[in-house]
Design a protein around this ligand. Structure first.
Ligand code: NAD
Length: 458
């Protein structure tokens, strides 16, 4: 990848503010070369027996499994995420490749009863797909796209975020080491406005799968529409964590901090609006204070750490700007002094859902507690947002839990839990949180075209 004349990209370690790596910064030429390689590789890759394609995915999973510690360390240093989280994420990546290794032999079509012949449907690969990913979960989000795209017979150009290109480059290396044919998976590390936009506009790229901000997603959607290019978008969120008075408050309060402050709040699924039934507010805040102040914020490479620094100085000042509003600070956790882009986890209470901190995606360790009085009010506030990615409902009343879950306009909800992602289940957003779904069997629909063939028999 790249030539010596290219500008170089300095990758910073957010916990130390030092240079972790320096690599060539690709441009349009490298993007075009990668698309050409992927296009050349497509014919052979789509044609190999489904069982052989499955074997390639399994081998890649096995190669990654051997490198879990090495990849986790790189991701922890580059993103500033706790090493335990990073290890779990690489495990999820291995699981994702193993899960989609089951897909090539199960891409079933239909036979459809019609007059005069036999009608069949097939799932065809799209061709070269362009995958553009963000910096918060670099390797997992790449794998959620790469694995189903490969399983369905597509070839790939993957563009990581400038802040975190290192594990994507390791993924490309692991793919080659595991025997994946050359040209099937190509990684190009370059600026979004140059390499990303080139992929979106390249006539030989059949589809873009993007995860990132709603603003960039909107631009990608508009550019892609000029070529009627297939697009899936996984965008921002402003998810509600709805806590009813009848819930197990101790469980809800102990889970709430990491539901916002995990990955230092840089999580599209962050439950950053904590909606609490007024009659339980005082008790919940007491429990929450204990849980937030006990949160272990510090060196990402220490095993016990639960929250690391933010990704950059720029991200930290953006997040700090949300603390300047009208809402009072109710709880403030701890954070180390510099160097490192540290910010203490902070809970604001009470917050109105009209406040800026409740309307915009903060993408940092700031939670807004919003009291409510009735189930209807909770649903109304939860839905009063442009986003619809995830959310949680905490209650002991099963019927209410399902009623509220069905009423919330979001793609990925959990009841008495704050988890969002499982390899086998669909993940994605309603409203401005995106278009399409990743993970589970549904992701394959977004990496294939449905073809119908009619064979006349009379
Ligand atoms: P971003 O939108 O700035 O960048 C995402 C990727 O797009 C990067 O690789 C970037 O280089 C590239 N890019 C930037 N401008 C581009 C352009 N004009 N054309 C093509 N590509 C371009 O997002 P980020 O700051 O890296 O990530 C944070 C955002 O990602 C948050 O909004 C978060 O909610 C969202 N996110 C969503 C999910 C999800 O699954 N819904 C998951 C993780 C992150």
């Amino acid at each position: 990848m790249g030539t010596s004349t290219e500008p170089s990209l300095k990758v910073i370690e957010p916990a130390t503010e030092t240079v972790l790596a320096e690599l060539p910064h690709a441009g349009v030429e490298e993007a075009d070369a990668a698309v050409a390689r992927a296009k050349r590789a497509f014919g052979a890759w789509r044609a190999i027996a489904p069982g052989d394609r499955a074997m390639h995915l399994r081998r890649l999973a096995a190669t990654l499994a051997e490198r879990v510690d090495e990849l986790a360390l790189l991701e922890a240093r580059n993103v500033g995420k706790p090493i335990g989280d990073a290890r779990g994420e690489v495990g999820l990546v291995v699981d994702t490749f193993n899960y989609y290794a089951g897909a090539p032999e199960r891409l079933l079509g239909d036979t459809i009863p019609v007059a005069g012949g036999v009608d069949m449907s097939f799932r065809e690969p799209l061709g070269v797909v362009g995958l553009i990913v963000p910096w918060n979960f670099p390797l997992p989000i790449a794998s959620w796209k790469v694995a189903p795209a490969l399983a369905a017979g597509n070839t790939i150009v993957l563009k990581p975020a400038d802040l975190t290109p290192l594990t994507a480059l390791e993924l490309e290396r692991a793919a080659l080491d595991s025997g994946l044919p050359e040209g099937v998976l190509n990684v190009v590390a370059g600026p979004g406005s140059v390499v990303g936009e080139r992929l979106v506009q390249h006539p030989d790229v059949a589809k873009i799968a993007f995860t990132g901000s709603t603003a960039v997603g909107r631009r990608i959607g508009a550019l892609a529409s000029e070529q009627i290019k297939r697009v899936t978008l996984e965008l921002g969120g402003k998810s509600a964590n709805v806590i009813f008075a009848d819930a197990d408050l101790a469980a809800a309060a102990s889970a709430a901090p990491l539901a916002v402050f995990g990955n230092a709040g840089q999580d599209c699924c962050a439950r950053s609006r904590i909606l609490v039934e007024s009659s339980a507010l005082d008790r919940f805040m007491e429990l929450l204070e204990r849980a937030v102040t006990e949160l272990r914020v510090g060196d990402p490479l220490a095993e016990r750490t639960q929250m690391g620094p933010l990704i950059s100085a720029e991200q930290r000042s953006k997040v700090r700007s949300y603390l300047d509003g009208d809402a009072p600070v109710a709880i403030r956790g701890s954070a180390p002094e510099g160097p490192g882009y540290w910010l203490a986890p902070t809970v604001l209470c009470p917050v109105s859902n009209q406040d800026r901190v409740a309307r915009e995606e903060v993408f940092g360790p700031v939670a807004a507690v919003i009291p409510f009085d009735t189930e209807e009010e909770a649903i109304r506030i939860a839905n009063d947002t442009i986003y619809g990615l995830s959310g949680s409902i905490w209650t002991a009343n099963g019927a209410r839990a399902l009623r509220v879950a069905r009423a919330i306009e979001a793609g990925t909800l959990s009841i008495n839990s704050n988890t969002s992602v499982r390899v086998a289940t669909p993940f994605g957003g309603f409203k401005q949180s995106g278009v399409g779904r990743e993970l589970g069997p549904h992701a394959l629909d977004y990496y294939t075209e449905l073809k119908n063939v009619f064979l006349a028999t009379n």
